[in-house]
Design a protein around this ligand. Structure first.
Ligand SMILES: NC(=O)C1=CN([C@@H]2O[C@H](COP(=O)(O)OP(=O)(O)OC[C@H]3O[C@@H](n4cnc5c(N)ncnc54)[C@H](OP(=O)(O)O)[C@@H]3O)[C@@H](O)[C@H]2O)C=CC1
Ligand SMILES: N[C@@H](CC=O)C(=O)O
Length: 409
């Protein structure tokens, strides 16, 4: 008998419960053992989330721990504490833990992975990155020695869903955020999604797998979608660009670097057409050129599916590990242009800035709220600035583009 302890019974925990029950027979066939969900831990009984399940449910950690000699724990509560203490407790006892908790993995994964190794067990976190896409175990199981030079992607389902609905269906920010929460996509505190923290945790986890070490927090920049205004999106769209929250990590001369930022993607970029709750991940490396992964980035079934498959993967694969080596290919700058948005009142200051810094202004677009300028990439912009991915010359242009006269510079 495989005795399962389930910590958390919300969107993801509830999904794991259902997935385990629905695929009991197949799991038994693979693992040659019957699954039994022995206990569920929740926080607030008044929510009655687990009231119709045929399993022991408790709000007491002690009662949960004493209930059974668990063979595996699924953690789906989120946050650092008490999730860290709970996870460490089971790993120290040699019991594997499967987690969907990207914040915990990004912030304490190094300690927890060591604990797992020291106690001859494993810490699985497939579901912590990109919901239903099996990216973590593809890296650990199928790309074990493939050098990777860059990983980039759309890693937050909530904001991609929101941006898609706002742009394509002209719906309001508040309305689509509420919907993303109702659909079970958003974090308990959706600030994590909106301000880019969720994608920031995920890209740090991917970076650890792609480049071999847990990256330092300070080498990963983060900017969420909160400052993007409707007119920025409108200008981008008129020029044929798609706005996406892009997470990216790459090797540089100064070590591994990364960032999360809204960006403007030319239509030729593979991630430009990733819509709704779908996530997309691109891996670039010497032997593979570019590998693309697409799939649901959030939601009950997809995430629960990842957690259960993570358990099965680790049960069947001994020593799943990636051995990294620096890639041979040169790391080209991923973005050589930026979009700068300037309110009318700031126009003279902007002209002064490009003149002083010697920044090339490639194109401008006038809007009644301000101007959007496509400029050469720089780190000195005092205005709202976003990277552009892809070939700007190939973008679909509208005839109405205004090109300002910069000859006077
Ligand atoms: N939703 C999604 O699409 C995805 C979520 N994740 C991650 O999965 C985790 C869970 O998310 P989700 O299911 O959406 O969250 P929910 O808020 O839906 O559920 C959280 C569950 O955890 C329980 N819980 C919270 N704190 C405690 C505690 N201190 N002790 C015991 N139980 C506790 C809650 O109890 P109670 O029922 O009493 O409130 C609830 O059952 C998070 O780490 C999230 O980032 C990862 C991928 C996708
Ligand atoms: N809030 C997250 C859930 C999955 O990780 C997201 O929207 O991607």
């Amino acid at each position: 008998m495989i005795r399962v302890g389930l910590i958390g019974f919300g969107t993801v925990g509830g999904g794991v419960y259902e997935r385990l029950l629905h695929t009991k027979k197949q799991i038994k066939q693979l693992l040659k053992n019957e699954i039994e969900i022995s206990a569920i831990l929740v926080k607030d009984r008044q929510k009655r989330r687990a009231e119709n399940v045929d399993t022991f449910v408790t709000t007491s950690w002690d009662e949960f721990c004493e209930r059974a000699e668990f063979d595996v724990i699924f953690e789906a509560i989120g946050g650092i504490e008490p999730a860290f203490t709970y996870t460490a407790r089971w790993l120290e006892k040699g019991v594997p833990v499967i987690s969907a908790n990207k914040k915990l993995v990004a912030e304490r994964g190094e300690i927890l992975e060591h604990l797992a190794v020291d106690h001859c067990t494993y810490y699985g976190y497939e579901a912590a990155v990109a919901g239903g896409i099996p990216i973590i175990n593809s890296l650990k199981g199928n790309l074990t020695t493939t050098p990777i030079t860059r990983v980039s992607g759309i890693l937050n389902g909530t904001t991609n869903y929101m941006l898609t609905e706002m742009i394509e269906n002209h719906r309001s920010f508040t309305e689509v955020l509420l919907e993303a929460q109702e659909l079970g996509y958003a974090e308990a505190d959706p600030t994590d999604d909106i301000e880019g923290f969720d994608a920031w945790y995920k890209i740090r986890i991917l970076s650890r797998l792609c480049f071999g070490t847990w990256p330092s927090v300070t080498s990963f920049f983060r900017k969420g979608v909160a400052n993007i205004e409707d007119w920025h999106v409108e200008v981008g769209e008129r020029l044929g660009f798609k706005v996406k929250l892009i997470a990216e990590a790459w090797r540089s001369d100064l070590g591994v670097k990364g960032r999360v930022t809204p960006a403007f993607l030319s239509p030729t970029e593979p991630l430009a057409n990733v819509r709704g709750v779908t996530n997309g991940i691109s891996l670039e490396g010497d032997f593979v050129d570019q590998l693309l992964f697409l799939g649901p980035g959030a939601g009950k079934e997809a995430t629960a599916n990842s957690m259960v498959e993570d358990f099965i993967f680790h049960e069947r694969t001994t020593n799943a590990i990636r051995v990294t080596k620096e890639g041979k290919r040169e790391q080209a700058e991923s973005c050589i242009h930026s979009f700068v948005f300037i309110n009318h009142a700031d126009r003279n200051r902007a002209l002064e800035w490009v003149k002083q810094e010697g920044i090339a202004v490639i194109d401008t677009y006038a809007h009644h709220e301000g101007e959007g300028w496509i400029v050469s990439s720089n780190n000195s912009s005092p205005f709202e600035t976003y990277p552009i991915y892809g070939d700007i010359s190939k973008r679909k242009r509208e005839k109405t583009i205004h090109s300002a006269q910069f000859g006077a510079f």
